[in-house]
Design a binder for this molecule. Structure first.
Ligand code: S3P
Length: 441
C-alpha cells in the first residue's frame, strides 16, 4: 500500500488554536520500554505507549524473537519478559521499516545473542549511516557487518563473546549511546560511553528503572552487566510531537493552547528554551515525575517571535525539533541562524535541504550551510512542498500552512504515522481544516 500510493495533505490558514490537546506517547521511551521489558525478568506493563509504525516495528521484531506481547488497548501493552538470554532466533530478517531507533538499538541488543540476525528497513532507512554502530560493536567483539557503503543490511553472527569497553563517541547520538549500553548488558565488566555533547538520556533512566546500576560522571556513562526486572512504565506525551503545536499556537494570533502530560526531560526540552529565546510565551504547569521522567502540562499563547542564533549547546538536545523550529524562524521578525546541525542531513531525509527547499517555495529566503541554515522571517505564501517521505518535514510544513496567505499542499505524508498517529485528527479537533488525498502511483 505504502509503496504504490502517496498521501498528500492540504491545509488552509489557521484559526486560533484554543483548548487542550494530548499528543501521543513518546517514541524514544516507547521503544526502550518494549526492548527492556522483553529482556527483563517478569512482566512489564506500558501505559501511554506510542501506537505508531516505528514502535510497532520494534514490537513485531520482538514478537518474531519469541516475546509474548499483548496490546490490551491502543496505548497499553503488556510484555512477558524472557530474561537477558531468552530471545530466540527469528525465522527471517527483521524489517524495521522507517525506524532508525529500532535498527540501531537492536544492533546493540542483538550483538551478544546466541543466534544470527539480519536487520533491514524501508528505502529511507536503507540509506542511513550504520557504521557508527557496527564499528564500536566490532570493537566490543561483536561479529557484525553492514554494506560496503556503510548502510543496511546489518548482519550479526551469534555466539560472539562481547567485551566491555570505554568508547568515546565521535557523534552526539543517543541511538549510538544506547546501542553500546545495550550491548554492555551482555559484556562482563563495565561498559562506558563518553558523549561529545549531551543527548537524550531515556536509556539511562529506563535502565535504572529496571534495576540496572549506572554511573554518570560529566559526559561519561558506565553500566555493569546486570539483570533487569520488569516494571510498570508510564510513557509521557512526546515533546517532539508537542513541538508542532507549540509552534502552531505561537504563530497563529489569538491562540492559547494547553498540551497535557508532556515529557520535559532536560535532555529533550531545549525546544522550549529556544522558543522562549525567540520570544514565545510558554509556561509549564503541574510539573511532576512518573517512571523516572519529568512531565508537565505546557501552556502556549500566541506571541511575536524574533530571529536568533540558536545556541550551539542546545542543538543536540533539540535535534528532532529543528525542522519545526525553522517554521518558527520563518514566522519571526529578523534572521535565525542554525549551525552545528550536520546530523540533520542523515535523518529520515536530508532535513537541511528539505527545509530550505520547502521554505523557498513558500517565499521565505533561506541560505543552506553544510551544518545548518539561515532563515529570514517573512510572510509565508501558499504552495506545494515535498516532505521527502519524512514525517517531521511533513508535519512542519503542515503547521507552516497555518500562517500562510494561501493553501499549502504537503506531498508524501503517510509516514506521519511513524511517530504521530492521529496528527490529522489532532488538527481537526482544533478546527483546523486539513484534507488528505491519496494518489496511486
Ligand atoms: C533517538 C535519537 C535521535 C533522534 C531519534 C530518536 C532515540 O537520533 O533523532 O528520532 O530514540 O534515541 P540520534 O541519536 O541518532 O541523533
Amino acid at each position: 500500500m505504502r509503496e504504490n500510493s502517496r498521501v498528500d495533505f492540504t491545509i488552509s490558514t489557521g484559526v486560533a488554536l484554543k483548548g487542550t490537546l494530548r499528543v501521543p506517547g513518546d517514541k524514544s521511551i516507547s521503544h526502550r520500554a518494549l526492548m527492556l521489558g522483553a529482556i527483563a525478568k517478569g512482566s512489564t506493563r506500558i501505559e501511554g505507549f506510542l501506537n505508531g509504525e516505528d514502535t510497532i516495528a520494534t514490537m513485531n521484531a520482538l514478537r518474531s524473537m519469541g516475546v509474548v506481547i499483548e496490546q490490551l488497548e491502543d496505548n497499553v501493552v503488556v510484555i512477558e519478559g524472557v530474561g537477558l538470554d531468552g530471545l530466540s532466533a527469528p525465522t527471517e530478517a527483521l524489517n524495521l521499516g522507517n525506524s532508525g531507533t529500532s535498527v540501531r538499538l537492536f544492533a546493540g541488543l542483538l550483538a551478544g545473542q546466541a543466534f544470527d540476525t539480519e536487520l533491514i528497513g524501508d528505502e529511507s532507512l536503507m540509506q542511513r549511516p550504520m557504521r557508527r554502530i557496527t564499528e564500536p560493536l566490532q570493537q566490543m567483539g561483536a561479529e557484525i557487518s553492514c554494506s560496503e557503503t556503510g548502510t543496511l543490511p546489518i548482519r550479526i553472527r551469534g555466539k560472539a563473546n562481547l567485551k566491555a569497553m570505554t568508547y568515546t563517541m565521535p557523534v552526539a547520538s543517543a541511538q549510538l549511546k544506547s546501542a553500546i549500553l545495550l550491548a554492555g548488558l551482555y559484556a562482563p565488566g563495565k561498559t562506558c560511553v563518553i558523549e561529545p555533547a549531551t543527548t537524550r538520556d531515556h536509556s539511562e533512566r529506563m535502565l535504572s528503572l529496571f534495576g540496572c546500576r549506572l554511573e554518570k560522571n560529566q559526559k561519561q556513562i558506565c553500566l555493569s552487566s546486570e539483570k533487569l526486572q520488569g516494571q510498570d512504565v508510564y510513557v509521557p506525551a512526546d515533546i517532539s510531537s508537542a513541538a508542532f503545536f507549540m509552534v502552531a499556537a505561537s504563530i497563529v494570533p489569538g491562540s492559547e493552547l494547553i498540551l497535557e502530560g508532556v515529557g520535559i526531560n532536560p535532555t529533550r526540552h531545549a525546544v522550549i528554551e529556544i522558543l522562549r529565546l525567540m520570544g514565545a510565551n510558554i509556561e509549564l504547569e503541574d510539573e511532576r515525575e512518573l517512571s523516572g521522567e519529568p512531565i508537565a502540562n505546557i501552556r502556549i499563547q500566541h506571541s511575536q517571535l524574533y530571529g536568533i542564533e540558536i545556541p550551539l549547546h542546545l542543538v543536540s538536545i533539540a535535534i528532532d525539533e529543528l525542522p519545526i523550529l525553522m517554521i518558527a524562524a520563518a514566522n519571526a521578525e529578523g534572521e535565525t541562524i542554525l549551525a552545528g546541525a550536520k546530523e540533520l542531513r542523515v535523518k529520515e531525509s536530508d532535513r537541511i535541504a528539505a527545509m530550505c527547499k520547502g521554505l523557498e517555495i513558500l517565499g521565505i529566503e533561506t541560505e543552506e550551510f553544510e551544518d545548518g541554515m539561515r532563515v529570514r522571517g517573512g510572510k509565508l505564501a501558499g504552495g506545494r512542498v515535498d516532505s521527502y517521505t519524512d514525517h517531521r518535514i511533513a508535519m512542519a510544513f503542515s503547521i507552516a500552512a497555518l500562517a500562510a496567505s494561501d493553501n499549502v499542499t504537503v506531498m508524501d505524508c503517510a509516514n506521519v504515522n511513524t511517530s504521530f498517529p492521529g496528527f490529522v485528527d489532532s488538527l481537526a479537533s482544533l478546527n483546523i481544516s486539513i484534507t488528505t488525498e491519496t494518489h496511486s502511483e
